[in-house]
Design a protein around this ligand. Structure first.
Ligand SMILES: C[S@@+](CC[C@H](N)C(=O)[O-])C[C@H]1O[C@@H](n2cnc3c(N)ncnc32)[C@H](O)[C@@H]1O
Length: 319
């Protein structure tokens, strides 16, 4: 469907912004759990490089692809052009999924995918400021129209709040020492500067760069990633028709815990404390968990795409 015949002219070459380097993770596992059907309606809430959207379209679905990042949206629109009559690609934050889906006429839907975090396209573009090995600006916004950037947090937060942020979102034991070093060195302007300040403060042990957890913490805070995840899960379940499925891929324990706890809670009929003999909460299960344990990548996938190594996929079916 996408390959041009030899008689046709070559398509125009794509700029770096338009080409994706992102490899979708757990693609076959996502397809097995969402089980897309021809004519079914699906939402990909994190379009990224468009790989999962492509797979859902190739299975015959109609797909609404959302991404907060306008560069990703432009790339995915171009990539999914062969499916134009069944594909709609919009910029938007999945925090307001219901509004986006209803505006696009995707309510109810048969399946929803959230593949959390950032894409390789964002990571590898120095100017986005996600990568600690490059020397980009302290940015880290998925949506460049958003006001708050990593520079604001790094250069203005009081030391105690910065330490708490790094501890909470980075699960970094050395957060106090790192925050003190940052405050002493500011103003900081680039990711390279920040990485060096952290390395000087805590030293280097092992293969993982000592700034890795701090970078994760800043990215999560800048984009309020955990807040968006909390907000989207009930919206996603409400958009599914009975029997419809939600699949979520997370990349660190903070995200995975939110997804796991939400699914466990919503799979139960009553949430009263066990000492109560009769239910007083009236809570009714809205979903069935399809993955008792999270699904991870195979050894082959990790070898082919090392960034998949921390991926955890959980899925649930609307009752
Ligand atoms: C891991 S990538 C998705 C890759 C995609 N599944 C693929 O196959 O190419 C995550 C994407 O989600 C987007 N994203 C993260 N949080 C978002 C949010 N709250 N709303 C919309 N998009 C978001 C990021 O901008 C990024 O492009």
């Amino acid at each position: 469907m996408t390959t041009a015949s030899p008689a046709q002219p070559e398509p125009p070459s794509l700029s770096p912004v338009q080409q994706t380097v992102h490899q979708p993770v757990l693609e076959q596992e996502v397809l097995a759990l969402l089980a897309p059907q021809p004519g079914g309606r699906y939402i990909d809430g994190t379009a990224g490089g468009g790989g999962h959207s492509w797979a859902l379209l190739a299975a015959g679905g109609q797909v609404l692809s959302l991404d907060a990042d306008p560069h990703a949206v432009a790339r995915v629109r171009q990539r999914l052009a062969p499916f134009a009559e069944r594909s709609l690609v919009l910029q938007g934050n999945f925090r307001t999924l219901t509004a986006a889906a209803q505006q696009a006429g995707f309510d109810p839907v048969d399946g929803i995918l959230l593949d959390l975090g950032l894409s390789s396209d964002q990571l590898e573009l120095e100017a986005r400021g996600f990568a600690l090995m490059a020397d980009g600006p302290l940015d880290m916004r998925f949506d460049p129209a958003q006001e708050l950037s990593a520079a604001d947090l790094i250069n203005t937060l009081p030391e105690g709040e910065l330490a708490d942020l790094i501890y909470t979102y980075g699960e970094e034991r050395l957060s106090r020492r790192i925050a003190r070093a940052i405050v002493q060195a500011r103003p900081l302007h680039s990711t390279g500067q920040l990485a060096r300040v952290i390395e000087r403060a805590v030293g280097r042990r092992g293969r993982i760069h000592p700034a890795t957890r701090t970078f994760q913490a800043l990215r999560i805070a800048v984009n309020d990633e955990l807040g968006a995840l909390h907000a989207v899960l009930p919206q996603a379940m409400a958009l599914l028709r009975p029997g419809g499925r939600l699949a979520v891929i997370s990349f660190h324990s903070l995200e995975d815990r939110i997804v796991k706890q939400y699914m466990q809670r919503e799979a139960q009929d009553c949430l009263c404390p066990p000492e109560l003999l009769h239910c007083q909460c009236g809570h009714r299960a809205t979903l069935r968990v399809l993955t008792r344990k999270p699904v991870g990548p195979s050894a082959e996938e990790i070898a082919a795409n090392p960034r998949s190594r921390s991926a955890k996929l959980r899925a649930a079916e609307r009752l």
